[in-house]
Write a protein that binds this ligand. Structure first.
Ligand code: KIV
Ligand code: ZN
Length: 513
């Protein structure tokens, strides 16, 4: 019998700390449903004390999810823990995850606390959390740069206080596998009652070693890994869930653990995260990149055709590829559309929302005869990322791009219900259309990122465009999809402007605590 490796997904919390990746409540619920379908053990749904919006999203996820534990992060103070405890109350299984920094630099420069005070605060925090649940996790923030003797002391104290999971984060991604594994090994050896708790790891990817460090820790005895879909997360991101899960599964000869994950849900989860956050997946990303299973070299293709395992260590369909199947077409009716959405875990709140989505589906089916699951996700994402108060709407656009001529664009927007026209030249058609929009909006925003991705294969595929804008310290992503990528670009730019304008987009999920 193998030990179970607990998969703790923090896409909704640490992942959301990526610039511009903040998600609406509806998006968070949709992603949480997909994580549950994938059989993630623990979903860290957010940081309840960060804002009323975070609290509401965690509460709604706790009401919705039945098969995974729903967790809220909390600093080691009473107010944060009360907020976390209230937020997870409706959960079938809830957890409070409380943290305090333990490295000399964090204790002295950030907390201005002596080690003994930090230890005392950590113990109190476990007590406050246990008023709500026995499922309490403690994290020693910046453990990766903490002194091992102090780590042993604080871990012993929080175990005595009743913590059930002890997390040893490499907060700044400073570790290398052998040293990190040694830290875990020593903690398990030296801390009294270490066998009464689950040792967890949480690695950031600043040196590109998050997955390697996490796996080394598993070999040293860690039995929970905190990770995110597509490796999304603060700065260079967190350890990627798909890489951890597939490494453990593919190298079952090396790892004495197994996960509960339904690996066929990995690619759908990756696509959903990318669509919701606007963070594209690089084509050569392990497991979920578009090229992860593509064999280009003739010698490889020949080998794979003769015997798949000559060059493939995993099967594409085992991680959810090759499900790019035709699902609906021009003649599909409202019921077929609704059933497919339900199969995809998408439940629209009202008949009105369903009718609006169905109307958009019909428009799309007129332009593109084959509609795939990915198209449906994009269509719903477009609807969901539109703030309720949509200030700017695209009414019309006309773009000229001709060999030897300067590209130009004319657009008509509805701005707070009033039609306005703008036009501009540009270095290319996208540049021209963005400038034409800005002639009207005059937003003062700076464009940080523009990227286009084909949602499915073929030249009739929808292009999905992500635009990242920043203004006065706020960063937002906008998404738009269309079979015409200039229109998709205009839509994504307007979506970003609407989000900049909307009050419910925060500066940073943890910045306003
Ligand atoms: O990176 C980190 O230390 C964290 C903790 C709050 C667990 O995200
Ligand atoms: Zn982190």
């Amino acid at each position: 019998m193998k030990d179970q490796l607990v998969i703790f997904d923090t896409t909704l919390r640490d992942g959301e700390q990526s610039p511009g990746a903040s998600m609406t409540k509806e998006e968070k619920i949709r992603l949480a449903r997909q994580l549950e379908k994938m059989r993630v053990d623990v979903i860290e749904a957010g940081f309840a004390a960060a804002s009323p919006g975070d609290f509401d999203a965690i509460h709604a996820i706790a009401q919705t999810i039945r098969e995974s534990t729903v967790c809220s992060l909390a600093r080691a103070n009473e107010n944060d823990i009360v907020r976390a405890g209230e937020a997870i109350k409706p959960a079938a299984s809830g957890r409070i995850h409380t943290f305090i920094a333990t490295s000399p630099i964090h204790m002295e420069k950030k907390l201005n606390m002596a080690p003994d005070q930090v230890l005392e605060q950590a113990v109190k925090a476990i007590g406050w959390a246990r008023r709500y649940t026995d499922n309490v996790e403690f994290s020693a923030e910046d453990a990766g740069r903490s002194e091992i003797d102090f780590l042993c002391r604080i871990c012993e104290a929080v175990i005595k206080a009743g913590a059930k999971t002890i997390n040893i984060p490499d907060t700044v991604g400073y570790n290398i596998p052998s040293l990190y594994a040694e830290t875990i090994r020593q903690l398990i050896e030296r801390v009294p009652d270490s066998d009464k708790v689950i040792w967890s790891v949480h690695c950031h990817n600043d040196l590109g070693l998050a997955v390697a460090n996490s796996l080394a820790a598993v070999l040293a005895g860690a039995r929970q890994v905190e990770c995110t879909i597509n490796g999304l997360g603060e700065r260079a991101g967190n350890a990627s869930l798909e890489e951890i899960v597939m490494a453990v599964k593919t190298r079952a000869d090396v790892f004495a653990v197994e996960t509960r994950i339904d690996t066929t849900q990995i690619v759908p989860a990756s696509k959903l995260v990318s669509q919701i956050t606007g963070y594209p997946v690089q084509p050569n990303k392990a497991i979920v990149g578009a090229n992860a299973f593509a064999h280009e070299a003739g010698i490889h293709q020949d080998g794979v055709l003769k015997h798949r395992e000559t060059y493939e260590i995993m099967r594409a369909q085992d991680v959810g590829w090759a499900q790019n199947k035709l699902v609906l077409g021009k003649h599909s009716g409202r019921n077929a559309f609704k059933s497919r959405l339900i199969e995809l875990g998408i439940e629209l709140e009202s008949d009105e929302a369903l009718n609006a989505a169905f109307a958009r589906f019909k428009e799309l089916a007129d332009k593109k005869h084959e509609i795939f699951d990915e198209d449906l996700h994009a269509l719903i994402s477009d609807e969901a990322t539109t703030p309720e108060q949509e200030r700017y709407k695209l009414i019309y656009s006309h773009v000229c791009s001709e060999t030897g001529e300067t590209p130009s664009a004319e657009v008509t927007l509805s701005v707070d219900g009033v039609e306005q026209k703008g036009s501009s030249d540009g270095s290319g058609p996208v540049d021209a259309v963005f400038k034409a929009i800005e002639r009207i909006a005059n937003s003062g925003a700076v464009l940080l990122l523009y990227s286009v991705n084909a949602i499915t294969t073929g030249t009739d595929a929808q292009g999905e465009v992500t635009v990242r804008l920043s203004r006065e310290g706020r960063i937002v992503n906008g998404n738009g999809s269309d079979t015409d990528i200039i229109i998709a670009s205009a839509k994504s730019y307007l979506n970003a402007l609407n989000r900049l304008h909307s009050a419910d987009v925060r500066l940073n999920p943890q910045g306003d605590v």
